[in-house]
Design a protein around this ligand. Structure first.
Ligand code: ZN
Length: 683
């Protein structure tokens, strides 16, 4: 991003974004993380504007010409990518925590969203300060929501910037499971990990992002319960493995361009590594190590060895092997598991093989796991250490196992190929003691075909598991299995008390599209569920099943009234999979400048799928490559790739070359170009 080449004349705000190396575009400086400075930001703005910057607000002075000058001073040195200046026609709400001013700042008109978005900030400040033994270290904590931001949030020292798109509408708050807590806790954790102690170079970026990701989950665990955190890690794990490109790349790498260092390794995998570290050290030693790391390196720039040293000093536990395989190395163990039970010796033999390809920085892993074996009489858990490519373990069992769980509680980042009889999986789904164990069983049962016992177990879990995440996984598995018997519990789950479970039930119902009752059910839900997110999911599902009435229902929803336009946006997005060319004028209208950004983004995405020979649509998408909104430029790039009109190649190549790209745009253009170039030429 270059500042200030892109000026939006109608905009009522100014903001900077420093990370990674863009502060140099408005202040002449060295601009790399390993340089720290104090700062003073003097900002003269229209009288009704508010400004936010790092540190302490020293004064606000009235000027003779009717403007005001704000003077901000940051006394403790910070890395220059963490400098910030925000100014605009904002509304501010002030609060305080242990004598430190808290500021919640939003664009005028968004005031009602302050409370539902930021209300838990003080609890997070308490939790992180107390657990780390290092109180929140800065003179203020401001959180400012700006339009059209280029990131989910940015942890500028003492003055986080977030996007207005993160703000929680009070009318939607009850149906959002955790509000915007992921972003709020992530950026707050950065105030210690990233701001107080800062990575020395981008190769060590995981020391910033891994901790921020970890503390999102830690907040979930402490505030919403361990199941929430464990289930989030469980989903993160499969998402990380799905991004195959990341597997062979070490956590610490210098091989990146175009902001690709901000990938799933430094966030997801690094968060997982800290989960494993806590698990292996135990709670007391883990937090003792983090305390030492923060105290010893306060105000300094760090590399991974500084974290390792702090942990070893604070705990006297050698973590060399752990750091070598997870931090210096790449990949994760990919296990193939097989067991048999010997009725004579009353023994279970578990054969464990690591099947990951050993090459480059990927080696054989050394990991502790727990094996749980349940028989008719009892359940026992055995800790074992896996250190080799292939190992066998023997466990006593007083009868044939009803359940064999490998890595109970999902404590190790790994993939597992472990074929078991559906009866064992059904038992695990019912009796597994942790949410990941039951979710694993639900997922594995999705492969069972023509098995009434599997459907019965999934049905029971979908409707009765105490944790909503397992109910969701059971529903998804039933959607994979399909058929009349699997549909019954999915329909029953449309009455789940939690909107986020009903939403999945609605989406899953689309898998049963051959049933003529599905479309009428979805139509009823789209019109009348008590939750907007469920109604939005029903609109989308009507499009997915290409219901006869879908065009009319979606068209009506476009002109309906809902908080933040969530129903309208779901309908606009649904026109893509519906593929009805009558939607072209609607999408053209709603993709155009002047409409709300979320609506435009949905319309631009849907345009990829419609009337593929229609050059006017391609031309409209090409015009959005130069839109003032970052998100819409990105949406247009993706949509042009998906649309497959090769006439977009030249304009995309021109955009790639001209150099004025916002962070992360380059890889999106490359991806679109590679799709388009793989197609036979138009004509
Ligand atoms: Zn971050």
């Amino acid at each position: 991003m270059s500042f200030p080449t892109r000026i939006i004349p109608s905009s009522q705000e100014i903001w900077t974004q420093g990370e990674a190396e863009d502060t140099r575009y408005y202040i002449p400086l060295y601009d790399y993380p390993n340089d720290r400075t104090t700062s003073e930001m003097v900002l003269t703005v229209p009288a009704k504007w508010i400004t936010i910057s790092n540190g302490q607000l020293l004064s606000v002075k009235d000027e003779a010409d009717g403007t005001k000058t704000w003077d901000w001073k940051q006394s403790e040195p910070l890395s220059t990518y963490l400098l910030t200046a925000v100014a605009g026609d904002f509304v501010e709400r002030e609060d305080s925590w242990r004598g430190i001013p808290l500021r919640y700042v939003v664009p005028r008109g968004e005031e009602s969203k302050i409370e539902p978005t930021f209300a838990r900030t003080k609890e997070m400040l308490d939790l992180f300060s107390n657990k780390l033994g290092v109180p929140y270290p800065w003179a203020q904590y401001a959180q400012t929501a700006v339009d059209d931001f280029v990131a989910g949030g940015m942890e500028n020292t003492s003055a986080t910037t977030v996007s207005v798109r993160d703000l929680v509408n009070p009318k939607l708050a009850p149906e959002l499971r955790i509000g915007d807590d992921v972003v709020i806790s992530h950026e707050l954790a950065h105030q210690w990990f990233g701001d107080l102690v800062t990575c020395k170079d981008w190769a060590n970026l995981w020391l910033n992002e891994g901790f921020a990701t970890y503390f999102e989950h830690y907040w979930l665990e402490q505030h919403y319960g361990a199941d929430e955190a464990d289930y989030t890690f469980w989903r993160d794990q499969s998402r990380w493995f799905a991004q195959k490109r990341l597997f062979s790349v070490p956590l610490m790498t210098r091989d990146f361009t175009d902001s690709t260092q901000y990938d799933g390794n430094v966030y997801t995998k690094a968060g997982w590594i800290l989960r494993m570290l806590r698990e292996q050290l135990g709670d007391d030693d883990f937090f003792r190590g983090l305390h030492q790391y923060l105290v010893a390196n306060r105000g300094q720039n760090v590399v991974a060895a500084d974290l390792q040293r702090a942990i070893e000093q604070a705990t006297s536990i050698n973590v060399d092997r752990f750091f070598h395989q997870w931090v210096d190395g790449a990949g994760a163990p990919q296990f193939q598991i097989q067991y048999n039970y010997d009725d004579k010796s009353h023994q279970v033999t578990l054969n464990v093989a690591q099947t990951q390809k050993i090459e480059g920085s990927v080696g054989i892993f050394d990991v502790p796991v727990e094996i749980e074996i349940a028989t008719a009489s009892a359940s026992h858990t055995y800790p074992v250490e896996i250190t080799e490519a292939s190992q066998s373990f023997q466990f006593p069992a007083d009868g044939p196992p009803l359940m064999v769980v490998f890595d109970k509680g999902d404590k190790i980042l790994k993939s597992v190929d472990f074929k078991r009889d559906p009866a064992l999986l059904a038992y695990q789904l019912k009796h597994g003691s942790t949410a990941p164990d039951r979710a694993d069983a639900a997922f594995a049962l999705s492969a069972a075909r023509d098995n009434p016992a599997a459907i019965a177990a999934l049905s029971d879990a979908a409707l009765h598991d105490p944790f909503w995440g397992v109910r969701v996984e059971a529903l998804k598995a039933l959607g994979q299995i399909r058929g009349a018997a699997a549909e019954i519990p999915v329909v029953a789950a449309l009455d789940d008390e939690k909107p986020w479970v009903r939403e999945i039930a609605v989406r899953t119902l689309a898998a049963f599209r051959d049933d003529p009752n599905v479309a009428p059910k979805l139509t009823t839900i789209a019109a009348g569920d008590s939750s907007y997110r469920v109604r939005a999911a029903a609109l989308r599902a009507l499009a997915d099943v290409k219901a006869a009435n879908a065009f009319d229902v979606l068209t009506a929803a476009v002109s309906s009234d809902s908080p933040d336009g969530v129903l309208r946006d779901a309908a606009l997005g649904g026109f893509g999979p519906l593929g009805d060319t009558r939607a072209v004028p609607i999408l053209t209208e709603w993709s155009a400048p002047g409409k709300p950004v979320n609506s435009r983004e949905e319309a631009i995405g849907a345009m990829a799928e419609l009337d593929k020979g229609n050059q006017a649509i391609t031309q409209a998408l090409l015009s959005y490559l130069h839109d003032t909104h970052f998100d819409l430029r990105t949406a247009a790039i993706i949509s042009l790739g998906a649309r497959g009109d090769t006439s977009a190649i030249a304009p995309l190549e021109e955009m790639r070359k001209n150099g004025d790209l916002t962070m992360g745009e380059g890889p999106f253009i490359d991806a679109a170009l590679s799709i388009l170039k793989a197609r036979p030429a138009a004509k």
